[in-house]
Design a protein around this ligand. Sequence first.
Ligand code: T4K
Length: 369
Amino acid sequence: MDKSLITVTSPVLPDLGELNEYLKKIWDAKWITNGGQFHQELEKALAEYLCVPFISLFTNGTLPLITALQAMRITGEVITTPYSFVATTHAIWWNGCKPVFVDVLPETGCIDPNKIEAAITPKTTAIMPVPVYGKPCDMEAIQTIADKYGLKVIYDAAHAFGVKVNGVSPCAEGDMATLSFHATKVFNTVEGGALVCHDEATKKRIDYLKNFGISDETTVIAPGINSKMDEVRSAIGLINLKYVDECIEARHQVAIKYREALCNVEGVTFWDDMPGVKHNYSYFPIFIDAKKYGEMRDELYFRMKASNVLGRRYFYPLISTFSTYRSLPSASPENLPVATRMANEVICLPMHHQLKDEDILRVLELVVK
Ligand code: T4K
């Protein structure tokens, strides 16, 4: 059997010697978590890389979502997209708020701003859009609506590390933005994440909340959680950050090869780069129109799987179909026709910086008929 071709990527770390040096320093310092030296260095390095004012590191990409809502005291209803990883909506649920699903744009998979206003009620307090696959949302339109109705905007930018729109990271937009540094992301710390905010007082509040709400030895300001990134993972982040641009460029080259080979395949569509956008090529979704392609999406998916080419159907099933959410009025498929179609047609092809030409060929031999 051929080796598996996975969808995304494993940690970068080209040189374990580098990690050993960091580990030695951590062991010597005898300070292994709770805001150590490498934690501080990584926050500073990421703020510079992303050009964002303040960033707080977390143990994963889910807890900053939950903490963002808590930090801003979001209540009532939160407008969001069903076309994402389930963590996005779970964060709303964990804050005791009601998710309200709005359909997405077929051009990007991101929330459709033209449909947001109709979903706003007197209980709406926030919008949580997702630049899915790193494709930027229509941030200007979203902000205009948020300003008109006095709503907060929290971007779940888990996929958008390294993306820039006219030179600006989507993480710098809205009131807050979150990132995931999970092993499968363009930039990873094995598990990890971050929360971006825009002023020092908010950063302080976030840092308390991610440390149980402790502000000093005898004071707890709120029921916070433990989501501090440790020194080992901070060190891995510092190392991986050096190579992230190289990795993004390698992914870009894979995307070029996929696009060249797939552009004339009947029934297969994919997205091109958007003008003014620096993409991160975090995923390579293709959409299968079964009538034109002559095969259902799942037939192709399982045919690939049988050959050990492990594409993923991100994001199928839609979040709105899961048992916790499916009874919400906004979860009905009639309300979400674009997202429903995309979820039924999508396969994300293997996409990471270590894919070789022969690997790409193996994928293409299965998709191109
Ligand atoms: N918001 C959004 C929009 C997100 O997409 C995510 C996470 C979050 C929030 C929450 O962030 P975190 O709390 O996770 O930091 C994966 C990831 O676990 C998850 O981080 C990611 N999004 C989601 C889209 O994908 P699974 O259940 O599909 O993972 P799994 O184990 O099936 O692995 C996927 C592929 O990656 C496989 O082909 C194998 C490969 N892989 C996996 C691991 C664990 C590796 O190559 N190396 C590895 O170490 O959720």
